[in-house]
Design a protein around this ligand. Structure first.
Ligand code: IPD
Ligand code: CA
Length: 292
């Protein structure tokens, strides 16, 4: 099995953690992945069950940015189960206030990723949960609600869909790359995102807009798309899926070439495809999508 060194950010400095030495971490990454998967499965069960009985919808940042009472119920269940399992860790979820901890581990969770799909009844929508240290994921799980498809990863221990080990298959040339992306909820940002898509569409195989960032990332790991990029994500959209890609041998970087930054924009792909795609995106205005 290939072992790759992983990089964790610590303040402004970077150090390499030998992924084969999980004792360097504040907890065993595989145990944390087991917790993430167990909690995500329970939350996905709740989401599936509650959808069948009807739900209320509110809006958040804009009229297109929806939150349902099922998002909130899933969020509350995730917090309850994580607090039971790991009472001294921090917790950050999309629909409630941050909880600080004392262990150095912070859980980052999206109670429903793909809320618009959930509301309209399109697949996929999923629960995504990651354990992070200094902002970088060390364990994570994504559970697609309708199919009950389960992905998980632990730092240095690989990515899995169910029991099957995932490997990002290969890097096609850019003109044959199927690229997933998504759009934020602000109309101004959407319009800049759409201009980038219009600029790259003639230089790639095609675009996919699946409606759920965690699923897009799992799709890179599983070879259902060749690459994924997006601007303006929340940390809960990225954390679990990022690790699932990197532990499948893929790369996740900032669109600007730095460490992955959910808000400023990320690219996930086979390492050999990532550079050419970044150049194409930047040539088409990808560094101007997020206003400062
Ligand atoms: C959204 C989805 C969507 C992406 C948006 C995200 P949410 O998450 O992941 O695919 O394009 O940027 O905000 O709001 O459904 O949790
Ligand atoms: Ca969400």
């Amino acid at each position: 099995m290939e072992q790759r060194p992983s990089r964790l950010a610590l303040g402004m400095a970077f150090f390499d953690i030998d992924a084969s030495s999980p004792t360097d971490l504040p907890a065993d990454a595989q145990e944390l992945a087991t917790v993430a998967l167990r909690v995500a499965v329970s939350a996905a069960d709740l989401v599936r069950d509650r959808r069948a009985h009807g739900f209320g919808v509110d809006t958040k940042s804009t009229v297109t940015d929806m939150v349902t009472d099922v998002d909130r119920a899933s969020d509350a269940l995730i917090r309850e189960l994580l607090t039971q399992a790991r009472p001294h860790d921090g917790i950050v979820t999309e629909e409630d206030d941050d909880i600080s901890g004392s262990t150095g581990i912070v859980w980052i969770a999206d109670p429903i990723d793909g809320t618009t799909n959930f509301v309209y009844g399109h697949r996929p929508y999923q629960v995504a949960i990651a354990a992070t240290v200094d902002g970088r994921p060390i364990a994570g799980a994504v559970v697609e609600v309708e199919s009950n498809d389960r992905y998980h990863a632990a730092l240095g221990a690989g990515s899995y869909r169910g029991c099957v080990r995932l490997r990002v298959p290969y890097a096609p040339p850019l003109e044959r790359a199927l690229v997933a992306t998504g759009f934020g909820y602000s109309p101004e940002r959407r319009s800049r995102q759409a201009r980038v898509v219009a600029g790259i569409i003639t230089d790639i195989r095609d675009i996919r807009r699946l409606g759920a960032a965690a699923f897009d990332l799992c799709s890179v790991a599983a070879g259902r798309v060749d690459a994924y990029y997006e601007h303006g994500l929340g940390p809960w959209d990225l954390a679990a899926g990022e690790l699932i890609v990197t532990e499948a041998g893929g790369a996740v970087e900032g669109i600007d070439g730095g460490l992955p930054d959910a808000y400023r924009g990320i690219i996930a792909a086979h390492r050999d495809l990532l550079g050419p795609l970044r150049e194409l995106l930047i040539a088409n205005g990808a560094l101007e999508v997020i206003d400062n």
